[in-house]
Write a protein that binds this ligand. Structure first.
Ligand code: BGC
Length: 321
């Protein structure tokens, strides 16, 4: 029996999720805490380190050990220095996250983009198993994209490939946290859906949704499932814009599978029917006819499962166990 374990962390704009896993990707323990990004990068790194320490404690007294930590971050990582170059929804630039975490935990730490690790997770244990050319799209605080080509994660020339959320869809659209306007994530993310609901509430549109401070995308999905007209329109609009983004991705990459993850993907047919319809309307038939557009199978676990996989095999294919 192997006496090694790995830890995977998914750093999100809203929550930090993490787990201790065995080498087959089986989850032994998992945790979730709020990110509290306003407290700044060092405080967030401290919270992640605290979670790693707690997860490690589960094996410490058994003579077994943790081989390393993989972490997915909501932005562009510089893998050689371990810095997060830019994470728009955390307002981070050049944060030496690996250095912080190594200092606090003493463990090897591997850094990757959050949607890229979700793609790895789904390819390893979820809806992307057996797929050669797969695109993962995560719908959360932002919109993330991860690309697997010929079975391998494609990260581009300097690691920034797959930034689907910052594809400009409406040049005069809403302001994005990256500084541009009308990026896909300003039109279709969980944050965008909440913004659309608030704008409609301010206009006095009749709806079951309340003006509460803590309105979330999941409330909009639940209201849509209960037949609320405004909520249904918001989901349809999000699917319209995401369909345009997917249509372009399908034409450019000709994937066999697109996996949709993040909390919003739990909307089921309500989202998938208009999404598939719009994606196929916005791409060429030859590529559109073969692509499967499916929900993530690992749900919210995809990120940390894929992050843990980084420890077993990093991007240079170097196996450290
Ligand atoms: C970031 C991506 C990230 C996505 C989801 C976007 O704003 O640019 O790097 O994958 O949000 O967190």
């Amino acid at each position: 029996m192997n006496d090694k374990f790995v830890i995977g962390i998914d750093l999100g704009g809203t929550n930090i999720k993490g787990a201790l896993l065995d080498l087959d990707g089986g989850i032994i323990e998992k945790r979730e805490i709020p990110t509290l990004a306003n407290a700044g990068p060092e405080a967030v790194a401290g919270r992640i380190a605290g979670m790693i320490t707690e997860l490690e404690a589960a094996v410490r007294d058994t003579g077994k050990s943790v081989a390393g930590v993989g972490i997915g971050v909501p932005g562009q990582p510089e893998r050689s220095t371990g810095e997060v170059i830019f994470a728009p929804n955390l307002y981070w630039r050049n944060v030496p996250l690996v250095k912080y975490l190594r200092r606090y935990t003493g463990l090897p730490v591997f850094l990757e983009n959050d949607a890229n690790v979700a793609a790895l997770g789904e390819q390893w244990r979820g809806a992307g198993q057996g797929s050669a050319n797969m695109v993962m799209v995560t719908i959360g605080t932002g919109i993330g994209g991860g690309i697997v080509l010929d079975g391998r994660l494609y990260t581009g020339s300097n690691g920034a490939a797959g930034e689907l959320g910052h594809a400009v869809i409406e040049p005069a659209g809403p302001q994005c946290s990256c500084g541009r306007r009308g990026c896909l994530e300003t039109l279709t993310s969980a944050t965008a859906m909440v913004r659309m609901a608030r704008e409609a509430l301010d206009r006095g549109v009749k709806t079951e949704l309340s003006k509460e401070e803590n309105l979330e995308a999941r409330d909009i999905i639940m209201a849509a499932q209960a037949g609320d007209r405004l909520a249904l329109d918001i989901v349809e609009k999000a699917a319209y814009y995401l369909g345009i983004g997917l249509g372009n991705i399908i034409n450019i990459l000709n994937p066999d599978t697109i996996v949709i993850g993040g909390g919003v993907s739990r909307a089921g047919e309500l989202l998938f029917e208009p999404l598939c319809r719009n994606a196929r309307a916005n791409c060429l038939d030859c590529a559109g006819s073969i692509v499967r557009i499916v929900p993530a199978q690992l749900g919210n676990d995809a990120g940390f499962v894929g992050a843990a996989k980084l420890v077993l095999q990093d991007n240079t294919k170097k196996c450290i166990i």
